[in-house]
Design a protein around this ligand. Sequence first.
Ligand code: ADP
Ligand code: ZN
Length: 517
Amino acid sequence: MLDAEPLLRDVFGFDAFRPGQEEIVDAVTSGENVLAIMPTGGGKSLCFQLPALMRDGVTVVISPLIALMRDQVRALQEAGVSAGALTSGNTPEENDQVHAALEAGQLKLLYIAPERLAAGSAMGLLRRIGVSLIAVDEAHCVSQWGHDFRPDYLRIGELRHALGVPLAAFTATADAETRDEIVTKLFEDQPPRIFLHGFDRPNLHLAFAAKDSPRRQILDFAEARRGQSGIVYCGTRNKTEALAAALREQGHNACHYHGGMEAGDRRHVETRFAREDGLIVVATVAFGMGIDKPDIRWVAHADLPKSIEAYYQEIGRAGRDGAPAETLTLFGPDDIRLRRSQIDEGLAPPERRAADHGRLNHLLGLAEALECRRKSLLGYFGEEAENCGKCDLCDRPAKIMDGTEQVRMALSAILRTEEWFGAGHLIDILVGNETDRVRERRHDQLQTFGVGRGQSKQHWQAIFRQMMGHDLIRPDPERHGALRMTQGALPILKGQASIRLRQDTIKAAGRRPAVKA
Ligand code: ADP
Ligand code: ZN
């Protein structure tokens, strides 16, 4: 069977599964009957689209909304997957095309409107074309008690019977009555495996910290957890080696792991980690798949992960046994720059790059969150939550300030220098630092020169970092990383919107930590 991860990356353009997706994809791919309940926006479509590619034959997708089907078909086709739809919205030519592709055995996914199932011809067609899986989106439409009842959904049970293939049903509506009704109406005598778990991992403590002296921060975090098994994720291979050495120097049992190592060495680390208590593995994201050590007590990120999905997956390796586990994610302006340039310099088409920036923005939003992290994390996956009491911001509420005026000063420095400079030079202008470069370019003549004198350089660095985190400014790879304003900053610049920033992370960034003897 094909491997799911490369397809996830290459076809769908995602770097990690979202919570729940992997288990569902595995079950559906291996032909189990499945009922999966996931919040809206949780990523249900992938849970049948990916198995459709991994299985032989055609996957029939039944979905109540024509517009939705057309969207999905278009997106799949753009990703190079052969998909088609049979709906009342089709032109006769479109219908002919879909039929021809089906008869030629070329389609992997066939979307079909439920009312089509009523026509005898559709049943004949589906019998002929080698259907290997039925996927039912919005499965609660089969429920007479729900608000979206679709009588034609009742035919799906017959279809499953007639074709004798596995069925995977998806919905966001989780109440027990609807669930029971879906099971009886769609699966009858072959009860499905039900996936219904929230995304919350309540035993994980969540924390982020602005990078200050990263090595020190990681060493301190490990020190407070001496003797426990943990993982430190780093952005580069070199860093894993250096950080593992630093940990050993402090008397920890630590080793590094990355994709550049010989397979045998990598396996050696994996087995040691599984068997030994209290080993720290300092790794790139190559360390992950296939690790199912239940008692990993902590996960730290020495560098910001790629996306909010990657973050969730990586911290999720801690505390599988349900006992408390801790996480810490460091982030700084260099991470943001690096992640942005990786996206911009990648080979992905423009829409996908835009989506990747969006996913990174969500992670940055989480990093700069003003209140409960769990609430914003779960909110991103479509789940509502109360303040959790188990994250750094619940432990110690953030100090928030009105950052509007300072952000406008920074934007003004960017615009008056025509978006050609990086944070270092812009800060020199703001604090009125007469460097050679400032004098050469006559930037000491600007109106903005020195307007931010009241604050330190570190203060301004933190403001720029938060501005990046809120996606008000972005480095432009075509201008050597010069900062440019985004559309999102316009309302602030024009005085139509204000912005709240974290005050405490600015203070923290300015303070040097006490060095332990
Ligand atoms: P649902 O049907 O559950 O409401 P969708 O399948 O439409 O959700 O997915 C919601 C959004 O999440 C889409 O924009 C999709 O591209 C995105 N998405 C799904 N899976 C992933 C993933 N593994 N990583 C990143 N984004 C994802
Ligand atoms: Zn919280």
